[in-house]
Design a protein around this ligand. Structure first.
Ligand code: HH2
Length: 293
């Protein structure tokens, strides 16, 4: 599906400290990239009917593209701590028109789902990537579907389930356990026919983790580099930022989000999953200019 987009080229490698990570789903990784978040969930768009809900999400995706998003991540089920699962038909109803419209604009679209059926329908509607907070482990068909469709995948670490994951997360060594889990999931994907250049990995900040766990992972993010896949990081507006600061509401966490994101970039993160695309693009432009000066 991604055709020859993932081929390495000397041009892509120049200026990159990430040998072999030339691109992901057709997006060159010669510099850090932005994945903009497009939520199609009723809590975000509760006022309208079906059409208004999809329309609002499509407009939002268009705005994020104009602001500088390189990938759009469309999700129809919240994975916030305590969130209730959404029935599959409802998830499909929410995301498919949005995926179709945004992919139709030529945008690289990712589908944020735990369900193989939703991923398959989204690929048919033009998505190139499945972003699964369970690293393709919760639906037994997920790995095979991604392999058969030639899709790229984001494998994220989570301890437990969203409904209960923040109750008492425990690790003997969070950095080693997250790294080993991601290595094992990469091996499962490769064995099923998903080549490593189609895989990105994510430590899953806030998913079954205390503030201490999140900070350890951010501080030691470079342990993921030897796994040979681009590292994607999702810190945008997350709860740990408010707890380290002044209990700000999610929309007021952009500065802390940028600080955490750039701590991640320093340690090798290549794709940032963010709500605030405009602010992230500005910060990355300055960062990149300094790096190349
Ligand atoms: N975080 C959320 C959802 N999906 N996917 C990846 N790969 N990494 C993340 O850190 C990640 C993710 C958090 O989701 P939710 O609580 O639903 O809110 P939002 O999608 O607005 O961030």
């Amino acid at each position: 599906m991604t055709g020859g987009d993932d081929m390495e080229s000397p041009a892509h490698r120049r200026g990159s400290s990430h040998e072999g990570l030339a691109s992901f789903a057709g997006v060159a990784l010669d510099r850090p990239r932005i994945m903009g978040i497009v939520n199609v969930t009723p809590d975000s768009f509760s006022d309208g009917g079906d059409f208004a809900e999809a329309e609002a999400a499509i407009r939002h995706g268009e705005r994020l593209l104009a602001e500088g998003a390189d990938i759009l991540d469309v999700g129809g089920e919240s994975t916030r701590p305590g969130a209730e699962p959404v029935p599959e038909q409802e998830e499909l109803r929410r995301v498919l028109p949005v995926v179709r419209a945004l992919a139709g604009l030529g945008a690289p679209v990712s589908i944020d789902t735990r369900r193989a059926g939703v991923a398959a329908a989204a690929f048919d509607a033009g998505a190139r990537i499945v972003n699964d907070v369970t690293a393709l482990s919760s639906d037994p068909r997920a790995v095979a579907v991604a392999a058969a469709k030639g899709a790229s995948v984001v494998l994220m670490h989570m301890q437990g389930e969203p409904q209960t994951m923040q109750q008492a997360p425990h690790y003997d060594d969070v950095v080693v356990e997250v790294r080993d889990y991601l290595a094992a999931r990469i091996a499962v994907c490769e064995a099923a026919g998903i080549p490593r250049h189609r895989i990105a990995i994510d430590p899953g900040i806030g998913f079954g983790k205390t503030i201490g766990h999140n900070l350890s992972l951010l501080q030691n993010l470079d342990v993921l580099a030897p796994l040979g896949c681009p590292v994607l990081l999702g810190v945008s507006r997350k709860g740990f930022i408010a707890r380290l600061s002044r209990s700000e509401a999610p929309k007021d966490r952009v500065f802390g989000s940028l600080a955490a994101a750039f701590a991640g970039i320093l340690r090798g993160a290549r794709i940032l999953r963010v709500h605030d695309v405009d602010a992230t693009r500005q910060a990355l432009a300055v960062w990149q200019a300094i790096a190349e000066a």
